[in-house]
Structures are given as structure tokens and as C-alpha cells.
Design a protein around this ligand. Structure first.
Ligand code: MN
Length: 256
């Protein structure tokens, strides 16, 4: 039986599971918007008891955070263009699992932190690996996760243009992936799925605008993308079922 073979292959390490998730703590980098806008709050954990007088036999915490903290999923209704699409609790569970297609932009990003994924990257990937299967997660490897523990380097704010200089996705690439390739969404190593300078693009934040308008999702602050192959992995990303939520911290794993 297929499922029995599957679990046996995991237990015998024929199939390997890779954790693509960053830890959640008070240092977890979050997005900062221009000051006229509302702001998300950092993750904060408050102890209730730890085997002490407040609870002698048990340890537990409260926590508070924004929906879009750390490794998280953007649901389609996160953006105004997707406001009539799924909230995070309504996303069909089949959409939490898909093929992983990894596009490597790491060398380019080393040279230019503002590098964008373009249709030619996608065409080149397909030349090497065949067509991107429908309902895939397209993961963009930039190496940016190595900066995660250094908030300044991770944000990479440029005082000349007054914007974070971090890699992203061109409008044309988002249109190709959302409309023609019919992907589940894109996954990135940065704090958001658009480039740091995307407020200056037309449309602003093109990937959010296009992907969510097409009912697609986003995954951000991924790590360990260097441990998964260009093709052939399965990605599973499970957000919390926040009623009418716009996203959620998520545990993302790859099976390879
Ligand atoms: Mn987000």
C-alpha cells in the first residue's frame, strides 16, 4: 500500500525531511512599514508557569505576534486585489501540499541585492528540469536566510534610496507563475515576497498584487533551501486556522 511504503521510506530515511522554518523568538525579524501605516508586532513569549508555584507539574507560555511574523504564509486575502479570495482558514487543505520547484538566484543576489526573478529564470529552469507542474510551490533560493540572525543585514536598509535592498520578483515573472503556470505560490528567504524596493514599482508590490489577486499564496523567511533539489521535492506548509485571518506563522517542511 502506498501510504505504508511512504511511512516506511521516511522511517528508514530513504525519504528525507528538511525543515524550511526559522525559529520564532523575540529577535525574529519583522517587516517595518513607513511610519504612516499600521505596524505588526514582534513575537513575544510570556511564561505562565514552569514546574513552579504557578503550576507545579507543568510548563506553558502565552505568546503574542502578528500573523506575518517569521516563516509565515500569506493567504490570498492578504492583499486588496485578493480580498474576495480565501482567508487563511478557508484555504482548501489540498493547497498546503505541492511539488517544490527551486530556482537558484544566489550568485546573482551576491552581486546585486535588488535582483529580481524574471521570466528568463523560469524558462531556464524549465529547460533544465521540464515544465513546472501545476500547483507547485516555486521556491526562490537567494542565500538571504544566512542573514536571519543579523537584523541589520537581513533588512539591508539603504540610506541612499531609503528602502531595504532585498531581492524579489518582477511583475512579469509573477504573472507567468500565477496565470500560466498555475502555481500554489512562491516561497522566499526574505521577510516578504516582494523586493525591498517594491514600493517604487508599478504596480507597487507586484508579486503581492498579482499572486494574491489570482488566489495564490506566499511563503516567507524560509531557510535550508540549499538542502533541497531543483525538482522532485514535496513541500508541506501548514498555517494556523485563524478565522478570517490574512496569514499565519507556518511550519514548512520539504520531503525529498
Ligand atoms: Mn506576509
Amino acid at each position: 500500500m502506498i501510504l505504508e511504503e511512504f511511512i516506511n521510506n521516511i522511517r528508514s530515511s530513504k525519504l528525507e525531511i528538511v525543515d524550511l522554518t526559522q525559529p520564532l523568538n523575540e529577535q525574529t525579524p519583522i517587516l517595518t512599514l513607513p511610519e504612516e501605516f499600521g505596524q505588526t508586532i514582534p513575537f513575544k513569549k510570556k511564561e505562565i508557569s514552569k514546574y513552579d508555584e504557578k503550576g507545579p507539574g507543568w510548563y506553558w507560555n502565552n505568546f503574542e505576534t502578528g500573523e506575518h511574523t517569521g516563516t509565515h504564509l500569506d493567504s490570498p486575502n492578504h492583499w486588496v486585489t485578493g480580498q474576495d479570495k480565501f482567508s487563511v482558514d478557508k484555504i482548501p487543505v489540498e493547497m498546503f501540499i505541492g511539488n517544490g520547484c527551486l530556482i537558484d538566484m544566489e550568485k546573482e543576489v551576491e552581486e546585486n541585492p535588488n535582483a529580481l526573478l524574471t521570466p528568463s529564470h523560469i524558462e531556464e529552469w524549465e529547460k533544465q528540469n521540464g515544465d513546472i507542474p501545476k500547483k507547485s510551490w516555486v521556491l526562490i533560493k537567494t542565500g538571504w536566510s544566512s542573514r536571519f540572525n543579523d537584523p541589520e543585514a537581513y533588512a539591508n536598509f539603504n540610506t541612499n534610496d531609503q528602502m531595504p535592498n532585498t531581492p524579489g520578483i518582477s511583475k512579469e515573472a509573477s504573472e507567468l507563475l500565477a496565470n500560466e503556470k498555475d502555481v500554489l505560490g512562491v516561497g522566499v528567504e526574505t521577510v516578504g515576497t516582494d523586493a525591498g524596493i517594491a514600493p517604487s514599482f508599478d504596480p507597487q508590490f507586484p508579486n503581492h498584487n498579482i499572486m494574491h489577486g489570482a488566489g495564490k499564496m506566499g511563503l516567507t523567511s524560509l531557510c535550508n533551501l540549499d538542502l533541497i533539489p531543483s525538482k522532485g521535492s514535496i513541500i508541506i506548509a501548514l498555517p494556523l486556522k485563524i478565522e478570517d485571518g490574512s496569514g499565519s506563522p507556518v511550519r514548512v517542511i520539504a520531503i525529498k
